[in-house]
Design a protein around this ligand. Structure first.
Ligand SMILES: [Zn+2]
Length: 196
């Protein structure tokens, strides 16, 4: 799950270096603009590098490339429905979404998908396959790798960063499923099930 909320709660103000570093850690529009170098704390300046306007350090060679972060989100078929988790942290506290989150360092996307599903739902998945890679709008600078689990086993237990977890059919989906891309791929999944 995107857990920027926890990072925000731990910060201490817009000029705090920790807060500023967030724009590198969890790149989202609306976060404070990077004004100091996260490596040496010198000021940063705008510079055209590689044909684009970027922020670079005035002292060291740091360039804020603002690369998107990869996250996974996984469709988990379970007892005739799809598993969703209710978000415990911002953004969209209380809304429901697919289980997922940031890929850890040196973790494969498939391993990440399985780990996040287990952490957030208690389920062990297997034979996960990549459905699509999407770049979301709305200023959230991540690439979402959508997976579908081939099988899921275990009992549903909400993880530490979820308020609740459940499985839903097309007819009893919660009204507050957040993220348009999640809503779209969930609807597509139910449409495929109906066709099969
Ligand atoms: Zn620097």
């Amino acid at each position: 799950m995107i857990n920027a909320g926890r990072i925000e709660q731990a910060s201490c103000g817009n000029r705090c270096p920790f807060t500023l570093l967030q724009s590198v850690i969890t790149p989202r529009l609306g976060y404070p603009t990077l004004i100091i170098c996260p490596l040496c704390a010198s000021p940063v300046k705008n510079a055209e590098i590689g044909g684009k306007d970027r922020l670079m350090c005035v002292t060291c060679e740091f360039v804020n490339w603002d690369n998107p972060k990869p996250v996974t989100a996984t469709l988990v078929p379970y007892k005739g429905g799809l598993v969703l988790v209710q978000r415990k942290f911002e953004p969209f506290v209380g809304d429901w979404c697919l289980p997922g989150g940031f890929i850890e360092g040196y973790e494969s996307p498939g391993e990440s998908a399985a780990r996040e599903v287990f952490e957030e739902t208690g389920l062990t998945i297997s034979n996960e396959r990549l459905l699509q890679a999407s770049a979301p709008g709305h200023g959230i600078n991540v690439i979402i790798l959508f997976y579908e689990a081939g099988a899921a086993s275990g009992d549903l237990i909400a993880g530490d960063d979820a308020s609740d977890v459940g499985y839903f059919t097309k007819d009893n989906l919660p009204p507050n499923v957040c993220f348009a891309l999640h809503r779209n791929i969930i609807q597509e999944w139910f449409t495929r099930q109906k066709a099969n």
